[in-house]
Design a protein around this ligand. Structure first.
Ligand code: CTP
Length: 406
């Protein structure tokens, strides 16, 4: 954590959860980097930690529910909203998340965060049931699509006695994410990045299709990170239940051949191509016009034919100045298979992962990957897909640098 942070200001919103005391540590970690921290607390947060604690630590008055002071609150919340270089809410309860998603402004914190034009980051912490509730998940997706950065909670033993997702992420991780956001490098500014994400669907008849377990989360995380780093992003997406990141051109595909068509349309204009979609290798040889009926006890055999390899086609057409990255989701002999695909598809890098490993693979928020290039192989530890996305982009930047210097 080292950077010239002398003039930066974080407004730290603290909401009413048992993890509220951890906000003191986040405040200290930010201060250690010379960041000025102003605290806004909800009324409930004051039941967990006294405003005096934050006042003493921050060296500034703590804004609580200043409707009690009608003469000043109007000015005060706008002043704080304007002062922020980053608005961080940690811990963020399900309640503040819901209010933010709806644009409700009924206390000092919700009013201030609604008024701010600064980047907003939230670190949720709550009971697992509340976290899993579709309402909360929907609200998070809404916020994410508006550009709010989310430090996903960890999984562990919660204060309520439950075990599961909802535990406030480690304070040092939150502080680091805040620092990274404050000093967000726009190192991809001026670059065009195409990311493909999600599964394909290959129809069999009017009501059935063949698909796979890809959730699109990894590709969406890359699109989000590339956008944050200043790139002009085109996201080609299969059918997924994710909200596309704000400010990204989104193009949908259904089948592998659809994806190929769209990818060829956009590829030439790109500086960086990232093929994280999971296209089906085969499709039904014929698609029935009508719903296929039961075969009266006989086996049903579906004849399938091979789909085009999108990555290999793009790899063939790739220009020398473009960086092309593919993925390899394997269940065995990961390194060997991935290396083979790197060569065969003319990729500059392949992101290999063993989808059977705990914390990796489909529909989880974390991944364990190895970044393989022709020159080396770098295994990354278990990390969030957001972090993996940034590491992939960092490595791409190194490769680009090497190409320009070559
Ligand atoms: N890929 C593609 N078109 C296909 C199949 C795969 O573009 N028809 C891409 C994937 O998006 C990924 C890379 O190729 O970036 C590797 O995909 P993977 O499914 O691991 O490998 P396959 O080439 O399909 O080989 P196999 O299924 O035999 O492992």
């Amino acid at each position: 954590m080292s950077a010239d942070t002398s003039k930066k200001c974080v407004v730290l919103g603290v909401t009413g959860g048992i993890a509220a005391y951890k906000a003191c540590e986040i405040l200290r970690l930010l201060q250690k980097q010379g960041i000025d921290v102003y605290v806004v607390m909800t009324r409930n947060a004051c039941s967990f930690v006294s405003p005096l604690t934050f006042e003493t630590l921050s060296g500034h008055p703590v804004a609580v529910d200043t409707f009690e002071r009608p003469a000043t609150w109007e000015v005060e919340h706008i002043a704080l909203a304007k002062r922020a270089d980053l608005f961080l809410i940690a811990p963020a309860t399900a309640n503040i998340i819901a209010k933010m998603a709806c644009g409700i402004a009924d206390d000092m914190l919700s009013t201030t965060v609604l008024a701010t034009r600064a980047p907003v980051m939230i670190a949720p912490a709550m009971n697992t049931g509340m976290w899993d509730n579709p309402a909360t998940q929907q609200n998070l997706r809404t916020l994410e699509s508006r550009g709010v950065q989310i430090v996903a909670p960890a999984t562990g033993y919660l204060a309520c006695g439950d075990s599961g997702a909802g535990k406030l992420e480690d304070v040092s991780v939150i502080a680091q994410r805040a620092i990274d956001a404050l000093f967000a490098v726009q190192d991809l500014k001026g670059l065009r990045v195409m990311v493909t994400a999600g599964p394909t669907r290959e129809p069999i008849d009017p009501v059935r299709y063949i698909s796979n377990r890809s959730s699109g989360k990894m590709g969406y995380a890359i699109a989000r990170a590339a956008k944050r780093r200043g790139a002009d992003v085109t996201l080609l997406t299969g059918p997924v239940s994710l909200q596309p990141p704000a400010g990204v051109t989104t193009v949908s595909f259904t089948t592998t051949r659809d994806l190929l068509e769209r990818a060829l349309e956009y590829a030439d204009a790109q500086d960086i191509l990232i093929q994280s979609a999971a296209p089906a290798d085969y499709r039904a040889k014929t698609i029935a016009d009508q719903k296929i009926k039961k075969q009266g006890g006989e086996d049903f055999v579906l004849e399938m034919i091979e789909n085009p390899d999108v990555a290999a086609t793009l790899g063939k057409a790739k220009r020398a100045d473009q960086i092309f990255v593919g993925f390899a989701a394997e269940t065995q002999h990961v390194a060997e298979h991935a290396k083979g695909k790197l060569e065969k598809k003319n990729l500059d890098m392949i992101v290999a992962n063993d989808v059977t490993a705990a914390g990796a693979g489909f529909d989880v928020d974390t991944n364990i990957v190895t970044l393989m290039t022709r020159e080396d192989s770098r295994q990354l530890p278990l990390m969030s897909k957001d972090e993996v996305a940034d590491r992939i982009l960092d490595r791409i930047q190194e490769l680009r640098m090497q190409k320009t210097n070559a």
